[in-house]
Ligand binder design. Structure first.
Ligand SMILES: *[C@@H]1O[C@H](CO)[C@@H](O)[C@H](O)[C@H]1NC(C)=O
Ligand SMILES: *[C@@H]1O[C@H](CO)[C@@H](O)[C@H](O)[C@H]1NC(C)=O
Ligand SMILES: *[C@@H]1O[C@H](CO)[C@@H](O)[C@H](O)[C@H]1NC(C)=O
Ligand SMILES: *[C@@H]1O[C@H](CO)[C@@H](O)[C@H](O)[C@H]1NC(C)=O
Ligand SMILES: *[C@@H]1O[C@H](CO)[C@@H](O)[C@H](O)[C@H]1NC(C)=O
Ligand SMILES: *[C@@H]1O[C@H](CO)[C@@H](O)[C@H](O)[C@H]1NC(C)=O
Ligand SMILES: *[C@@H]1O[C@H](CO)[C@@H](O)[C@H](O)[C@H]1NC(C)=O
Length: 618
């Protein structure tokens, strides 16, 4: 089933990340009356009716009559911060081009409901350091199309309503340092309309949240049922609150951890709870894991003991009820293999990083390496650790495999390369070279393509004949156009967090065109076709529902009909479904004579780079 929402959203929310952030700059001419010890101001004080910036900050103004600004109608930036204002007149804003409004550090206790009516250009609103206890239901009305930053920190708000969902852009909503302990939704229908480029950041840190109530869930994420899927875009930052460790909390923690995607930003999900008695305020205090914890039947535990002084992972009573266990930055030296056996099949994530472990018990390989973290430990390269190489190598390609160990003589090795031969190879480097040569000769014969890729990776020798598309000097400014199913949240995350980051972030870096990110405004079909024409490669990321999406079909057909398309179109088979699809029509004929790579392939990234236009490494 395809879901039209992302498309609609793309149409509405064009590219907020690429827009130039202007926000609160000073627009000229300006009228600066800041730091003047003024106690009042009126409309006759404005000398120039055309001013764009009005700065009244750092005065002692306590009351502004509603006609104060009636003589200046073009104001774009208004700074009323650091005054003594207790009340705002609902008709105060008599101009409608306002971009930046600062009323921070005043004494506001409430806001008029329709204060921001018609402020369609407003981008930044600062209300921090006031005495606000609530926000009127209609304050954030649906016409605030441009609002990007709302700062309400350091007030006295007690309830959070999903205001950001009413806005149109990716928005930074700061509600930290209030007294919020609960959520509600009096705003009517709130639906999430954002997409790829748009992140909502809601900072709810340093509030008074104490007990999780499942009704928060609906309040926080609005009416939209499929929002649970998009939780990563909406996940409010609830850290640094005094969450109590009760059943409700464990439940939500496990819901969140289950819904969390491999590539998501996870910081916000790391909110901790505090057990009234033995866990609270004992940071760095724990030297052992609590022997028992109260867990109602059927619940799973998500435990974060980061930064304590725990010395061993013991076979605790609740070992087989742990969903995720974070023991990073402790003093671990010993791991009980029996605890690991009991964790098998239950635990989803185990973090043992930043500890003092020299050896890992072999039982740990009942847990997959991709969800087990053992980085930053003084692991020994010992013969009884060679099993680890297989454990590491079995993990899928996206997992970082750079975990290392140290030999007695101080040499460091990648564990994935640890073999008994390596450990005994102090003086056989010549032999190793010979082996490498033999391997190269054998693979060159058996796998000519792989050999070319390896030669390219190591020596930058590119033995392939150049594709026609590369030899002509067109004005093609993109190295590759990525065609993918943006409505599949996993594909979207993989594209954004893995593919794009690797190809753009590592050298030599490629210039990619990602439609959801780079498309300008205008006819979407034309823009896509034009961008494809200007791309030296078209990467088609085939995934389960790729062919059901309108743009993918469009792009696929366009790619086929493009001139000089030999070598220009290449496929990435995202998952097993894609591999299956590739063996059926129409994909089989489409891929005939084209390169189709799968992220599980050995040398996937090297192959991909090999296929992309040649770049100077510098
Ligand atoms: C404002 O008042 C302070 C203290 O009374 C004084 O030092 C300062 O000069 C005054 N500023 C102006 C612009 O009058
Ligand atoms: C207003 O003036 C104050 C003090 O001079 C300054 O710090 C502030 O940046 C100004 N505000 C704007 C919007 O320019
Ligand atoms: C502010 O001024 C208006 C009229 O200009 C007046 O009605 C109101 O009472 C004043 N408020 C305060 C708090 O002084
Ligand atoms: C809100 O204001 C506080 C205090 O100045 C600042 O630390 C914070 O970064 C601001 N939040 C946003 C979203 O700009
Ligand atoms: C959770 O919130 C709902 C709705 O606000 C309320 O009726 C219920 O009593 C709350 N439950 C707890 C345990 O606070
Ligand atoms: C464990 O907790 C620390 C601190 O909160 C965090 O930095 C780390 O990423 C966590 N580990 C995992 C695997 O989530
Ligand atoms: C591996 O061998 C070392 C001594 O060579 C020993 O101290 C360590 O306990 C052994 N580790 C395991 C997991 O058997």
């Amino acid at each position: 089933m395809t879901n039209p929402l992302p498309f609609l959203a793309v149409l509405f929310v064009k590219l907020s990340i690429l827009q130039i952030v202007s926000l609160c700059t000073t627009y000229l001419p300006q009228f600066d009356l800041s730091i003047q010890n003024r106690t009042s101001i009126n409309k006759f004080d404005f000398p120039d009716a055309n001013v764009l910036t009005v700065n009244l900050s750092h005065n002692q103004i306590s009351n502004l009559s509603s006609d104060t600004f009636s003589s200046v109608t073009f104001v774009q930036s208004l700074d009323l911060s650091h005054n003594w204002i207790t009340e705002l007149s609902r008709d105060l804003l008599t101009f409608s081009h306002l971009v930046c409004l600062k009323i921070s550090n005043n004494k506001l206790e409430q806001l008029p409901e329709s204060f921001l009516q018609n402020q369609v250009f407003l981008e930044q609103l600062d209300l921090l350091h006031n005495n606000l206890e609530s926000i009127p239901d209609k304050f954030f009305n649906g016409s605030l199309f441009e609002l990007r930053v709302v700062n309400l920190s350091w007030n006295k708000l007690v309830i959070y309503q999903p205001w950001p969902l009413l806005l149109w852009k990716s928005v930074d909503f700061d509600l930290s340092y209030n007294k919020i302990s609960t959520t509600a939704n009096n705003l009517g229908k709130t639906k999430f309309t954002n997409s790829y480029a748009s992140d909502i950041t809601v900072n709810l840190q340093f509030n008074n949240f104490y007990q999780w109530n499942d009704s928060f869930y609906e309040d926080l994420f609005g009416e939209d049922k499929i929002v649970a899927e998009k939780i990563i875009f909406l996940m409010p930052d609830l850290r640094n609150n005094n969450w109590a460790c009760d059943c409700n909390f464990f439940n939500i923690a496990s819901v969140l951890h289950k819904s969390f995607y491999l590539y998501a930003k996870t910081d916000n999900l790391q909110f901790k709870c505090y057990n009234q008695s033995h866990l609270r305020d004992k940071s760095r205090g724990l030297t052992t894991m609590p022997r028992s914890l109260p867990i109602p039947d059927g619940r799973k535990l998500s435990l974060n003991f980061y930064g304590n002084s725990i010395r061993s992972l013991d076979n605790v009573e609740y070992a087989d009820k742990i969903d995720s266990l974070n023991l990073s930055n402790n003093a671990l030296q010993f791991i009980d293999g029996n605890a690991l056996r009991r964790m098998n099949n239950v635990i989803k994530e185990l973090d043992l990083g930043q500890n003092s472990l020299k050896y890992l018990p072999k039982e740990i390989n009942v847990l997959p390496f991709e969800t087990t973290h053992a980085e930053d430990n003084p692991l020994s390269c010992d013969c009884n650790m060679t099993w680890m190489a297989d454990w590491v190598n079995l993990a899928p390609g996206y997992r970082d495999k750079s975990v290392q160990c140290t030999e007695v003589n101080g040499d460091r090795h990648l564990i994935k390369e640890l073999t008994e031969r390596l450990l005994n190879s102090v003086s056989v480097s010549l032999g190793v070279l010979l082996v490498i040569i033999i391997i190269v000769v054998i693979t060159a014969k058996r796998c000519p393509y792989e050999t070319k890729v390896i030669l390219f990776k190591i020596f930058r020798i590119h033995p392939r004949d150049k594709y026609v598309v590369d030899s002509n000097d067109h004005d093609m400014n993109n190295d590759a156009y990525i065609s993918y199913d943006a409505s599949d949240i996993h594909v979207q995350q993989w594209t954004r967090e893995v593919l794009v980051k690797k190809l753009e972030g590592n050298k030599p870096s490629f210039k990619l065109f990602v439609p959801e990110r780079n498309l300008g405004s205008g006819s979407e079909a034309e823009l896509r076709a034009e961008a494809m024409e200007k791309s030296k490669r078209i990467i088609i990321l085939l995934s389960a529902h790729y062919s059901n999406t309108q743009w993918c079909q469009f792009e696929c057909n366009a790619a086929e009909s493009m001139s000089e398309n030999q070598g220009r179109v290449l496929y990435i088979l995202y998952d097993n479904m894609a591999v299956k699809l590739s063996k059926k029509e129409p994909w089989q004929s489409r891929m005939n004579e084209r390169r189709a790579l799968s992220p599980d392939d050995k040398l996937f990234w090297s192959k991909l780079r090999y296929e992309l236009p040649l770049k100077c490494k510098a």
